[in-house]
Design a protein around this ligand. Sequence first.
Ligand code: ACO
Length: 311
Amino acid sequence: DDAEQQVEFDRKIAEEQKIEPTDWMPDDYRKNLVRQMSQHAHSEVIGMQPEGNWITRAPTLRRKAVLLAKVQDEAGHGLYLYSATETLGTSRSEMIEALQTRKAKYASIFNYPTLTWADVGAIGWLVDGAAIVNQISLQRTSYGPYSRAMIRICKEESFHQRQGYEIMYSLAKGSPEQKQMAQDAMNRFWWPSLMMFGPHDSDSAHSGRSMKWKIKRQSNDDLRQKFIDQTVPQIEVLGLEMPDPEIKWNEERGHYDSGEIDWEEFYQVINGSGPCNHQRLKHHINAHEKGEWVREAVRAYRVKQQEKSAE
Ligand code: ACO
């Protein structure tokens, strides 16, 4: 019965065993996973838009080929995560519907515009850099399919982070105008990158249960601090000015101190009023509608196969 199943589930979680799709799991565990994983998938897919904006304008053939590959990887991550979420009994079309009707969120960062080529560098470096810090931690998440998806995705993300940093490095060591572009892109993407880790732990609605169930392994604030600590020395290598005047090494804590995030901006963006929210969803809906003929063809093929096998 359920009580026994619960004991078995708790034992697996305590012993660091993975929960697999056919295993019993509490309803709220399943629900919380569907919420987080589907939003993660949506983020990968919506995240193609700001970078896709620069594919046709990449400065060289090499940059274009690299960016194209990177954006395709993001599509792959989205599909991989949708598949992992489907193992929990939620269909892809239900998830897409939730995204398009704003019931499901996606990462706030993708609601900011990409104004210059340097933004492509800043996204690879900072946004994918932040995503890796979060996703490395999620490699140890308790749900098997999610954990395995993270292992594979992190390998690709590290290439993305390096391609971004290489763009930033070239610009930061280039002409004064190029260096200024790099500085400006970093300044604009710094705070939204810190927001990717979510609200402070004290304001995080889901963290308590997610940590107990080992869906999340490290807290929003701990991961954010890790990202700051690893990124500040990279800013120094680039020779750029710090994006936050309050960044300062704290010997006692053994971490960098930094300024406070503008939480009002954060909540505006996650609740639909960021600079590009409307544009991102509109584009997604249009692309989805244009793809209807593919889904139609799949359905027709399935019917045909069923008729054949019934003969
Ligand atoms: N952007 C959009 N929404 C956010 C963000 C953000 N940066 N941070 C928090 N939220 C949302 C949560 O989804 C939640 O909303 P919901 O109840 O409608 O689902 C709400 O704000 C409260 O936040 P938390 O209680 O802290 O939520 P949670 O415990 O899920 O932690 C976090 C948020 C850290 C983003 C977590 O969901 C996570 O680790 N997700 C997987 C990683 C991910 O989605 N990465 C996408 C990054 S982009 C990329 O991969 C390229």
